[in-house]
Design a protein. Structure first.
Length: 376
């Protein structure tokens, strides 16, 4: 089931970007790891951060409004991943920046999410596929097993800040002496020091590594959606739990078909005489099989012929969309004498002649098609 991103942030579907950011900051003050270090809070903070990212991205928000979930496995799970820097933290607490206080930072921190993109063909989106991708992220340091210590010993309390992670300084100004609190420069705000840093990771507990993984791409996926791979993102500082990896999938253009939702559209050029008498056209569908499009006698220009269930499979639902053939009637320009004589005989035997439609001005559909033609 698609997640309720509006409900996660407590806003309605018509919320503006400013309202979404305000709701995020309100919840971040409650669930950010610096103020709430429980596992439940960490998961909630990740959840509201993803919700804000989705709703501030017009393309992903449109997927949500259509009932989809751009961040779920197989939904596309379609624009950045949820990494959070100090600027994000300050904005979450103060809106436009500020300073935080109160105790040392945890050395073991959850990792950021990671994002990569891959491109598939429309045929692969139709049938589903597996894609091998190369990921370059932080992974746990195998030399120290994430401890950051060469001997894997525990850190010791910082003698500069006494384990507080902060130091106070008195600065003179024209207003007098001002007391300021800053992060401890010796322990970088952790309140503890690793006395024998790991030679491979430099006490970070993680190193950069490139690895290949296989991504399962479900049938019916829409370009711009993302596939979420839990725990495949960046390992956190101090060997903290890894974030998630999001694979954003784009689809290539197809020489015959244009996708619109779950439907596939194509143009079929039909000679004038075939449109009058009827014919059949064969086309290779995205499964590599032959589909026959029957053109009934008397087919008119720009008429649409719908083949039910011949379109894209519906993602995470039963059934498939339709294949829609747009008929373009082709009028011959180079006629032989015999062909011209035959058409003249047909015209002479047919009742009616060219005329101006008097009520065309009241036909909204006519003007809609006219506007579409000028936009091309």
């Amino acid at each position: 089931m698609a997640r309720d991103y509006y409900g996660i942030l407590g806003v309605d579907q018509n919320a503006t970007d400013a309202e979404i950011k305000k709701a995020y900051r309100r919840l971040a003050r409650k669930y950010h790891p610096d103020v709430n270090d429980t596992d439940e809070a960490a998961e909630k903070f990740r959840e509201i951060s993803v919700a804000q990212e989705v709703l501030l991205d017009p393309r992903k928000r449109s997927i949500v409004d259509r009932g989809g979930d751009p961040m779920e496995q197989g939904q596309a799970v379609g624009g950045g991943a949820g990494g959070f820097g100090f600027g994000d933290i300050f904005e979450a607490f103060f809106g436009e920046g500020g300073t935080t206080g109160g105790g040392p930072r945890s050395r073991v921190q959850p990792g950021n999410d990671a994002l990569l993109r891959t491109t598939i063909s429309l045929a692969e989106a139709f049938s589903g596929t597996r894609k091998d991708v190369t990921v370059d992220t932080a992974v746990i340091c195998e030399h120290c097993h994430g401890t950051g210590s060469e001997s894997e010993s525990k850190p010791v309390t910082c003698d500069e800040c006494g384990g507080q992670g902060q130091v106070q300084q008195v600065q003179q100004s024209f207003l007098g002496n001002i007391m300021t609190t800053t992060s401890c420069p010796k322990c970088s705000g952790f309140g503890e020091i690793i006395t024998d840093p790991c030679q491979k990771c430099g006490s970070q507990g993680r190193v950069r590594s490139r690895r290949d993984i296989s991504v399962k791409i479900p049938a019916g996926i829409v370009g711009g959606m993302r596939i979420r791979m839990a725990g495949q993102g960046e390992v956190g500082h101090g060997g903290g739990p890894a974030g998630d990896l999001y694979v954003e999938v784009e689809t290539e253009t197809h020489p015959v078909f244009v996708r619109e939702g779950d439907n596939l559209h194509l143009k079929v050029n039909v000679p004038m005489y075939d449109a009058a008498l009827g014919t059949a056209v064969e086309v290779e569908n995205l499964a590599g099989e032959t589909t026959t499009i029957d053109i009934p006698a008397g087919t008119q220009p720009e008429e649409e012929i719908v083949l039910k269930g011949e379109g894209m499979p519906r993602l995470r639902r039963e059934g498939a969309g339709d294949m829609v053939a747009h008929v373009q009637v082709v009028v011959p320009t180079d006629l032989t004498k015999e062909q011209r004589r035959g058409l003249e005989e047909l015209r002479d035997s047919h009742e009616g002649a060219a005329f101006v439609e008097e009520e065309a001005g009241q036909d909204e559909g006519f003007f809609s098609r006219l506007r579409d033609r000028f936009r091309r």
